[in-house]
Design a protein around this ligand. Structure first.
Ligand SMILES: Nc1ncnc2c1ncn2[C@@H]1O[C@H](COP(=O)(O)OP(=O)(O)OP(=O)(O)O)[C@@H](O)[C@H]1O
Ligand SMILES: [Mg+2]
Length: 590
């Protein structure tokens, strides 16, 4: 602890009692708790013979032994006479009194010495030194209190001013004791004018915090969606803390609340729901592909819905990400939902979220759906053709109204989301066959991008091989090998049912197998030479089915391995197996 409060207290004490000390010819020394002189006023001018070292010997050992603390009831005044000239020759035969100065915890802060030549007077001083010490002690304590108060005040101001949470302190009658600026901003009220007012009178809705006054139980991170007639939906995460008085009685509530937009922003950055691709990552000189990129660049500048069509592995997700990344929503989330991979019964809650306890198996706390999570950004509805018809209807309504209602909820939640949908199905055909709603098709088909399959842009294969070789060598942290024409030529004839993703897998496999610096035909997978496979499949769907079957056969129906090779998630693979009624047994007994 610094000696400053003590030193200041001594100064003011001395000036206050100067006439008394002068009149009675008293000398005065103050030391810190180890006897170092902080202040000394001696009658015989400043006498160099008085040093900290010498004064130290006048401090009774008891005080030093007890180091810091002295119980209240001990006799705290020590009296003596200086008889040893070696000690303090200039004050020989003087009488002295020593009194420790303590703080209110009983710690010794220093010592007060008073010297006098008069023995009688030294008796009188015994009763005076105690109140003197008290005056100094009180002063020190006040100064320390003031210092702590200032620290608390600064600390409190820093927290409440800079907090991105609204902070509201209500007394036991639910009247506002304190409100920070952020709370005022979130609740649309003036913090200063709210002080002393009943919380129900300052907002235009029934404050949810009032429930805490009934239950007397706080909570942590609870979500609330409130409708304010003047300000619309207020949506935040709240923590309520019960305040108790010294007797343990309920004395009020401190309420912290955070706007959901901040929570979402945090979640987005935390789970990495960010687009990673930009247009420069999309490789190819093919005319149709360049046209797709040109339209996509235009799409990035607008907010219109986009529909991306193309076979599996043609780069639909890449394009969707690039549109997000190079548009004005780039700082917002990029949220993907694979409509084909989520079980039918969960699809609705995934999209729209649910309120607490709305269906069995639902999380107790309730959860936001992808639409809410994508607020301010882009929602990528992948494989939209797989969405069940009933959900298509709900989706259409949500896209039109720009509002969602969680399952089991009673309030509409507005959102601002750009929608990009993708499908590897011919959606127009799906519409004709009654599997996809016409109105939804038109709603999402504002800007359409038709990605060419790799077999229709074979001229890009060498370019892609080169790009993927560089990209994947980098990823695998190895030197980039040379690629021989014996590796490239068969690929130029191959049909690529899995498109660029399949090419990517072929190259990654070769990079893993190749131990020297040249990749040649020996590192190509068997199916490239499998003429049967090159036979043009009748449809994209059949094409995909064949490819999946092939990989399953290669992996002996190990679904984890197959899913990895196919670059699909396991649920997606399951989905296809179910859809086409594929199983190991069926396969071998065909
Ligand atoms: N033009 C391209 N240039 C570079 N890489 C590409 C290109 N097109 C696709 N890819 C790569 O191929 C892989 C598959 O792309 P993406 O996931 O975008 O395909 P998709 O059309 O969404 O496929 P699916 O329908 O199976 O989901 C990605 O790893 C991507 O990097
Ligand atoms: Mg995809």
């Amino acid at each position: 602890m610094s000696n400053e409060p003590l030193y200041n207290a001594i100064q003011s004490f001395y000036h206050r009692f100067l006439p008394f000390f002068k009149q009675n010819e008293l000398s005065l020394v103050f030391t810190d708790e180890r006897g170092k002189i902080l202040f000394s006023k001696l009658l015989q001018q400043d006498n160099p013979a008085i040093t900290s070292e010498k004064i130290f010997h006048l401090i009774p050992e008891d005080f030093l032994l007890q180091k810091q603390k002295i119980p209240d009831n001990t006799n705290q005044v020590f009296k003596g006479k200086i008889v040893n000239p070696e000690l303090l020759d200039s004050l020989i035969n003087w009488y002295y009194l020593v009194k420790p100065i303590q703080n209110n915890q009983g710690d010794i802060l220093g010592f007060l010495f008073i010297f006098t030549t008069e023995q009688e007077f030294s008796q009188l001083l015994t009763s005076l030194i105690q109140p003197f010490a008290n005056i100094i002690e009180e002063d020190v304590q006040n100064k320390e209190l003031q210092m702590n108060l200032n620290i608390s005040k600064d600390f409190f101001e820093i927290i409440s001013k800079n907090s991105q949470d609204g902070i509201l302190y209500l007394d036991k009658y639910a009247k506002v004791k304190y409100m920070n600026e952020m709370a005022g901003e979130i609740l649309h009220v003036n913090p200063q004018q709210s002080i002393g007012q009943y919380v129900g009178n300052i907002v235009d809705f029934e404050p949810v915090i009032l429930s805490v006054f009934k239950t007397k139980k706080g909570y942590v991170d609870r979500e609330f969606i409130i409708h304010s007639p003047n300000w619309g939906t207020l949506h935040f995460i709240k923590t309520a803390i019960i305040v108790k008085d010294d007797c343990g009685h309920f004395a009020g509530v401190v309420d912290f609340f955070r706007e959901i937009s901040r929570v979402r922003k945090f979640v987005t950055s935390y789970i990495g729901a960010q687009a990673k691709f930009c247009f420069n990552d999309i490789i190819g000189d093919n005319k149709q592909l360049r046209e797709c990129i040109r339209i996509s660049r235009l799409a990035a500048r607008s907010n219109s819905n986009v529909l991306i069509l193309g076979e599996t592995g043609t780069g639909k997700e890449m394009i969707a990400q690039a549109i997000h990344y190079e548009g004005n929503r780039r700082d917002g989330p990029f949220v993907t939902i694979n409509c084909g991979a989520i079980p039918r019964e969960l699809a609705e809650s995934e999209l729209f979220g649910y309120e607490p306890g709305s269906f069995t198996g639902a999380d107790k706390k309730g959860r936001p759906g992808k639409f809410e999570l994508a607020h301010g950004g882009t929602l990528f509805l992948d494989e939209i053709g797989e969405l069940p018809l009933t959900l298509q209807m709900k989706l259409l309504r949500v896209i039109q109204e720009r509002q969602i209602m969680r399952i089991g909820g009673i309030r509409q939640i507005s959102f601002n989301v750009r929608i990009i949908a993708a499908s590897n199905k011919d959606l127009q055909k799906e519409v004709q066959q009654g599997r996809f709603r016409n109105d939804l098709y038109h709603r999402i088909n504002v800007i359409r991008i038709n990605l060419p399959s790799l077999r229709n842009r074979k001229e890009d294969i060498p370019l892609l091989i080169d790009h993927l070789n560089r990209k994947l060598s980098n990823k695998l942290e190895r030197d980039m090998p040379l690629i021989s024409s014996s590796f490239v030529n068969p690929l130029l004839k191959y049909e690529f049912p899995g498109n660029v993703r399949e090419l990517e897998n072929i190259i990654e496999r070769a990079l893993n197998l190749c131990e020297n610096n040249i990749i040649n035909s020996q590192y190509l997978p068997k199916e490239i030479f499998d003429t049967q496979f090159i036979v043009e499949p009748s449809s994209m769907e059949e094409n995909k089915r064949q490819h999946i079957l092939n990989i399953l056969a290669q992996t002996d129906w190990n679904l984890t391995k197959a899913a990895y090779k196919l670059n699909l998630s396991r649920p997606t693979l399951y989905h296809y197996l179910k859809k086409w009624n594929l199983s190991k047994q069926n396969y071998y007994t065909r």
